[in-house]
Write a new protein. Structure first.
Length: 167
């Protein structure tokens, strides 16, 4: 009998917790100085820089760092070539190991590039979203942080990238 009472109370509290989580609302980033918006899933994401490039951290920079970069597509270049150019810059990180590429579909289509590296004797991950918004422009959403932490917030990282759009 006591087990059933405990189970009932546990189910009630779990249901209340999930309903609070379901009604938690995202915050929309928008600024008159930039030409894009995106959703921020929770208050733990803190803006650290607004100009010229928007940057956020997930509590602490080592746990998660996010920045937006705008790249002009060189005449005759493809998205894959632009990704290779960015990857060449990363190869100088200590312990750099390239990961797999994935296709990505949000408000804009593109690709995701994953990689690993070491910083201050900590295993780190990077996840760069290359979003092609026009024939002349690509936005790169750069996420980097502690390997375990970045994996645990991957759904939030994906949400930010999926909701990224021009005004």
């Amino acid at each position: 009998m006591k087990l059933n009472r405990f189970s009932f109370i546990f189910v009630i509290f779990a249901g209340l917790f999930m309903s609070v989580q379901a009604f938690a609302q995202n915050t929309t980033f928008s600024d008159p100085n930039v030409e894009y918006t995106f959703e921020i899933p929770q208050a733990k994401w803190l803006m650290t820089n607004k100009s010229p490039n928007v940057e956020y951290v997930y509590g602490d920079k080592k746990d998660g760092h996010f920045e937006v970069r705008k790249l002009a597509i060189k005449t005759g270049s493809t998205l894959d070539e632009m990704m290779r150019d960015e990857e060449q810059k990363l190869q100088f990180l200590p312990g750099y190991v390239a990961g797999k590429e994935e296709s990505f579909q949000g408000a804009y289509g593109g690709k995701v590039f994953n990689f690993e590296y070491v910083r201050s004797a900590r295993n780190m991950n990077g996840r760069y979203y290359f979003l092609k918004v026009s024939d002349k422009t690509i936005y790169v959403l750069r996420f980097a942080g502690d390997r375990d932490k970045l994996r645990s917030i991957r759904n939030e990282v994906d949400l930010i990238a999926r909701t990224f759009k021009l005004k």
